[in-house]
Design a protein around this ligand. Structure first.
Ligand SMILES: *Cc1c(COP(=O)(O)O)cnc(C)c1O
Length: 469
């Protein structure tokens, strides 16, 4: 063994102690760490011939790189849809690194870690009140979950025409209908060889809505003359957290043959609260569902899962199996994750989720969700009171989409937001909604409190003064 590695091994406990202390210092101070930075580095560091050892590397990291780290997991990072990390999720994440399992089969590689993944998926189904007719697994994010689900949908479409796209490539036009797909679903169509432009846009409901207009959907389906199709629907659009009418879509299945996918990256968590579960009523009828864990479940990056109906297990294996040999027998026996999703080797990504669910239970996540929604409403009201702001859409759940009031202020929106973000106390993202430039704040972080809204409003007022508005 190399002498420096040996030295590290001899002092491992001390190294981990120091690392732990650094973690504690960061997390205890997270509210004061800026949400953005102006620090930059030259990323062209030369690689040493001789190693530094972990402690010296940590020292250099703290000098040069740690100042780049922003509190994106803190309470006032409202950009994109960004979750934080609860204590239990960090416990699970640390242990996933320590155990370093390669989670594949329920027998060999990675011990029985696939069973831990099964158990975790089962707990998630209970949290979201979904039936166990779904087979699930972990991937890095909702993008890869959409990819996994739509990959199986692609194979399903081929089968409807007697083709095997996984084996022979795509030989037919795949009919895809969707209203407001997340950009990651469009990217997925590109990655799957379907083509990012090759979908039909269904109208949304009139007014400030991003949900599918069911009447227009029926019209679009009628124009397909009975051909099968894929429907990509939304449980929570990013701008206005709008939901498609899942009961209406479920009813369409009586008359039409289609694969129904739901992107529920964050909106799926509506199911954990009696106040909001009506938003996902009927979603259990879908063929596949995408849910992110690094958003509203507040586990560290990267973590999401897919749910695909067990009845499609053969199609899933045809799409992802890691061998040219035909898969024999029952796909659920001799189960191996490498045959049902994009990756082969994979970490025990279930562990942070398992710890979170055991530690906080249904009640814990119901509280996170209800608190986030209450804060979104609170922020919306605070904005309206300021008189210079205007909501671009009603607040349906946890996302607030707003802008500076008046068309004459449209060109100031970008400047306003970049100044606000540069101050480093709160972070939001630019958006474009209903033909207008806007700003989006998304509430999913478990740490956020009312006082954070007050801080944000003060910051926004200061920027207005700077801009002489
Ligand atoms: C965030 C998000 C995605 C993409 O998720 P990643 O985890 O970043 O891959 C997809 N769909 C929706 C609705 C999202 O909010």
């Amino acid at each position: 063994m190399n002498a420096i590695v040996q030295q590290d091994l001899n002092t491992f406990e001390n190294i981990l102690e120091k690392t732990k202390q650094q973690g504690i210092d960061f997390l205890n101070n997270i509210e004061n760490i800026p949400t953005s930075n102006t620090v930059s580095i030259d990323p062209n560091r030369a690689l040493n011939e001789l190693g530094l050892g972990s402690l010296e590397a940590l020292k250099e990291f703290n000098e040069r790189l740690a100042p780049l780290i922003v509190s994106s997991s803190g309470p006032r990072y409202w950009g994109f849809v960004t979750g934080g990390s609860t204590p239990a999720s960090i416990v699970g994440d640390w242990l996933a690194a320590v155990y370093d399992q390669n989670t594949q089969s329920i027998k060999a590689q990675g011990g029985a870690s696939a069973l831990i993944e099964f158990e975790t998926i089962n707990l998630l189904l209970q949290l979201l009140d979904l039936p166990n007719s779904f087979l699930g697994g972990f991937v890095t994010g909702a993008t890869m979950s959409n990819f996994t689900c739509l990959g199986v949908a692609r194979q399903w479409f081929g089968k409807q025409l007697g083709k095997d796209f996984a084996k022979n490539g795509i030989s037919e036009t795949i009919n895809i209908l969707t209203a407001t797909p997340h950009s990651s679903s469009v990217k997925t169509l590109s990655m799957l060889g379907i083509g990012s432009q090759n979908y039909t846009t269904v109208k949304t409901i009139k007014g400030n809505r991003e949900a599918i207009d069911i009447a227009d959907l029926e019209k679009t389906i009628a124009a397909l003359n009975g051909q099968p199709f894929l429907l990509i629907s939304s449980a929570g659009t990013v701008n206005t957290a709008d939901f498609d009418d899942f009961e209406a879509i479920a009813n369409l299945r009586q008359k039409h043959t289609f694969w129904w996918h739901i992107d529920a990256a964050f909106g799926g968590f509506a199911a954990v609260s009696d106040k909001f579960k009506h938003l996902v009523k009927g979603w259990e009828e879908a063929d596949s569902i995408t849910v992110d864990c690094h958003k509203w479940l507040n586990v560290p990056y990267d973590s999401a899962f897919y749910l695909i109906k067990k009845e499609h297990a053969d199609l899933q294996i045809e799409t992802f199996q890691n061998s040219n040999a035909p898969y024999l027998g029952n796909p659920l026996e001799n189960f191996n994750y490498l045959n049902v999703l994009p990756e082969n080797s994979r970490r025990l990504r279930a562990l942070p989720v398992w710890f979170s669910l055991l530690a906080y239970g249904k009640e814990g996540f119901k509280d996170v969700v209800e608190n986030s929604v209450a804060l979104a409403l609170h922020f919306g009201n605070a904005l309206i009171e300021e008189d210079v702001f205007e909501l671009l859409a009603p607040i349906r759940l946890n996302n607030v989409c707003f802008t500076l009031k008046g068309d004459h202020n449209e060109e100031k929106v970008t400047e306003f937001l970049s100044r606000l973000n540069d101050r480093g106390k709160v972070f939001m993202t630019p958006t474009f909604y209903n033909g207008r430039k806007g700003i989006r704040a998304s509430f999913v972080n478990w740490r956020t409190k009312e006082n954070d809204i007050a801080i944000a409003i003060e910051e926004m007022k200061a920027v207005l003064v700077d801009l002489k508005m």
